[in-house]
Design a protein around this ligand. Structure first.
Ligand code: ACM
Ligand code: ZN
Length: 754
């Protein structure tokens, strides 16, 4: 009886809701990437078995895709009539642009090219329920709200790279990746096919590339920085046969995705040299690499190597019709070239200044060869060193400087700076994140904030920026599931950066579309990361503030260290701080916790919210939440310095004043410094302090250790309003270390005044 009553209530509410939704403003269509213009109108188009497609031959790919998408495993079958009309429209300016009009009688797709129509289809696809993605739609019809979309991309080059050298991914997975790119209106797949750890493309003329270079004896497991490093002892590898590559290239053409193959030279060539040691400078046998990094065994600049590379490229060109061939060019240590008679002879014969100019000779010679075959080269930004090959396109990864230089020299550039485009970096600080490249931190919002046009460029120069791409290097990505986790949802942000007008950018709106997109990803069996249901916090004027990126979510929290649950206090205003607290918070729906628990210990101390000044400003890149962040009661991350709490200073001697506002009894000051010699970060050797009653500084010698953090406690035991500190830079980085001879960075955490 009780049960029946509840049932009736639910039906009643549902009817009310439906009526309501028809009479109020319709929700904006949830398309990713967001189209340039959308206009909703009244009415709906009913897609059922009476509907058909009419299209001329020039729209084969797009119309076939739509037919298959609607019919695949679904109950709906299309006929041959014109209720979905593909129309060639030369007045549409952008080759990739389209106009999609859904009216009660028909769906009209207008485009100048099949590719433009294909993108109309991708938008239409996202107006259909997620069940269409996996063929589980089982109703007789579906209504699509009437709408007009006028759309075209902001950038011509919209790509994703994938490194299959460090880990190998199956042909089926590569197709799934290409499918995802196409769904997001990305048009380029940059297939990084050769690496120190494995050569992945069959080259018939050189069978040892398959027998030897495609396999390594074992693989590093866990962190590269572990001491000692651990290896799995298992042979690992694989390669794509030429038949498989032809199949993938043909498949990509049915998705309007161009594949740009990358054959790395002169560096990242250790696997090839393991197969053919004569391609290196020393002729010595090396192994296919089993660990990560930059290796000294690079291709020698003798004629025999060029003969090999030209033969390899001949086969590559047969397989890949793309205008561009990526030739690498990055991370090529010149040590062997410096000691190689062949390379030194080459420098002399060609009148080159040094090994950098020899790299330019190398790249230019390959460029000439490819240009003679009607192709263009792309290289990583190192190809700028020693002079740029005449027609090269530069892929700017070490920041944006390479792009700026290249564009100013009127070369095309593709943006892929580590800061915004390296999807092998962690996307969250959560403890359960998979091990990842420790080089950086790249959350979704940062990808979304990316502007591919460097601000140093004039409008004219910015025309050389073709677009951008996300990169996925796979040192720490052993399988497809984890790769998807790293790619999604950051690839969604990248697609919008590249396709949608920047003036339409709106992060909260984007994340609400990402949330809605989850069901589509699930239907596609794509393993996405979900950090949308997470709480963020910061010190505000009235206490500690909690927020979430998605609207209409309930935050519950505790301050006593217990795990928040469905009965915990609902957050409504800033949490005032009058003692040490551990704030734990999470998002809840009506019956359960969503996402992970946010944990923030707050240290209550005497300088909290007081005044602090420095003689210099922190580096722009490491300015945390400003210098006040050093007395906000919050410690920095234990594992990374690019958070909101650490401050980084680039080589300066620091003088700091803390003004407590009034005289207080001070017992001690605690702080900590970060140490990461590979990032040029060193702890100071001394620290000096004085208080206002006492004019001489007390100097403390600080111990040296290999630990990541140096904790320091200064015993004060005086009454004072001011505390003055001096922290001299620890002095030049010693020989044998990274950055030797440069001044190191100093990173400082919270000053806890007790
Ligand atoms: C690169 O990340 N070495 C291009
Ligand atoms: Zn050499």
């Amino acid at each position: 009886m009780q049960f029946k009553k509840i049932g009736a209530l639910i039906v009643f509410i549902t009817i009310l809701y439906n009526c309501d939704s028809q009479n109020t403003v319709k929700q904006k269509p949830q398309i990713l990437p967001m189209p340039s213009h959308i206009e909703s109108s009244n009415g709906e188009f009913i897609l059922d078995n009476s509907v058909g497609i009419s299209s001329d031959d020039s729209f084969k790919v797009s119309s076939n895709f739509l037919k298959e998408f609607i019919e695949k495993g679904n109950t709906l079958k299309l006929k041959q009539n014109n209720s979905i009309n593909f129309i060639k429209d030369e007045s549409i300016l952008n080759d990739e642009g389209y106009q999609l009009t859904i009216s009660p009688k028909q769906i009209e797709i207008r485009a100048k090219t099949d590719q433009g129509a294909f993108y109309a289809v991708q938008s239409l696809r996202q107006l259909l329920p997620a069940e269409f993605e996996n063929g589980s739609f089982s109703k007789k019809n579906i209504s699509i709200p009437c709408i007009t979309i006028v759309d075209s991309p902001q950038f011509k080059y919209r790509g994703m790279n994938l490194d299959v050298g460090r880990h190998f991914f199956s042909v089926d997975f590569i197709k799934k990746y290409i499918d995802a790119l196409a769904m997001l209106k990305m048009n380029t797949f940059h297939w990084h096919l050769t690496e120190d750890q494995g050569w992945r493309i069959e080259i018939k003329k050189y069978p040892k590339l398959q027998e030897i270079a495609a396999f390594r004896d074992q693989t590093l497991v866990g962190s590269y920085n572990a001491d000692p490093q651990q290896f799995d002892g298992k042979r690992y590898g694989g390669f794509y046969t030429q038949e498989e590559i032809k199949d993938v290239v043909a498949y990509a053409q049915t998705r309007h995705v161009t594949i740009i193959p990358e054959i790395e030279m002169p560096g990242h060539a250790q696997a090839a040299i393991a197969a053919y040691p004569e391609l290196g400078c020393t002729g010595e046998q090396v192994k296919v690499a089993e660990t990560w990094g930059v290796f000294e065994d690079i291709f020698c600049s003798k004629d025999e190597t060029f003969e090999f590379l030209e033969n390899v490229l001949d086969e590559v060109l047969e397989l890949f019709p793309s205008e561009y061939i990526h030739i690498g060019g990055d991370e090529a240590p010149k040590k062997h070239w410096e000691n190689c008679p062949n390379c030194q002879q080459r420098i002399k014969d060609e009148g080159l200044k040094d090994e950098h100019e020899l790299q330019n000779y190398f790249i230019t010679r390959i460029e000439k060869y490819l240009n003679s075959k009607g192709r263009q080269i792309i290289g990583w930004d190192e190809i700028l060193e020693g002079g740029l090959a005449p027609n090269a396109t530069v892929m700017s990864w070490r920041g944006t400087q390479g792009a700026v230089e290249a564009a100013k020299q009127h070369h095309n550039v593709i943006m892929t700076p580590t800061s915004h485009c390296y999807f092998d970096y962690k996307q969250s600080d959560n403890e359960d994140e998979p091990l990842a490249n420790s080089g950086g931190f790249l959350p979704l919002e940062k990808v979304y904030s990316f502007n591919p046009i460097p601000e140093e460029l004039t409008e004219e120069e910015s025309k050389y920026v073709l677009g951008a791409q996300g990169n996925i290097w796979t040192e720490y990505i052993p399988n497809a599931k984890q790769l998807e986790y790293m790619a999604f949802p950051r690839i969604l942000a990248m697609s919008e950066v590249l396709w949608s007008p920047s003036e339409n950018k709106n992060y909260p709106d984007f994340v609400s579309r990402v949330e809605n997109f989850h069901q589509r990803l699930e239907a596609l069996n794509i393993n996405y990361a979900n950090h949308l249901y997470e709480v963020e916090g910061e010190q505000g004027p009235n206490g500690y503030e909690l927020k979430t990126i998605l609207k209409n979510k309930t935050i519950r929290y505790t301050t006593d260290g217990t795990e928040p649950n469905i009965t915990s206090k609902v957050y409504s205003e800033a949490i005032s701080i009058d003692k040490d607290l551990i704030i734990k918070a999470a998002i809840f729906n009506t019956d359960k916790k969503l996402g992970t628990t946010f944990i923030q210990p707050i240290i209550y101390h005497k300088a909290l919210g007081k005044n602090i000044t420095f003689n210099v400003q922190p580096s722009k890149s490491y300015s945390g939440s400003g210098i006040e962040g050093l007395i906000n009661g919050i410690s920095g991350s234990d594992t990374r310095v690019d958070d909101k709490e650490w401050l980084g200073f680039d080589g300066e001697d620091l003088e700091i004043t803390i003004d407590l506002g009034e005289e207080m009894d001070i017992n001690s000051i605690e702080t900590r410094f970060y140490q990461a010699p590979w990032m040029w970060i060193y702890t100071p050797k001394t620290i000096e302090f004085r208080v206002d009653k006492n004019n001489t500084y007390s100097k403390i010698e600080l111990p040296e250790s290999d630990d990541r953090h140096l904790n320091v406690t200064l015993e004060i035991n005086q009454t004072t309003r001011y505390i003055y500190l001096k922290i001299p830079n620890s002095g030049l980085i010693p020989e044998g270390k990274q950055g030797a001879g440069h001044k190191p960075w100093t990173f400082i955490d919270e000053f806890i005044v007790k």
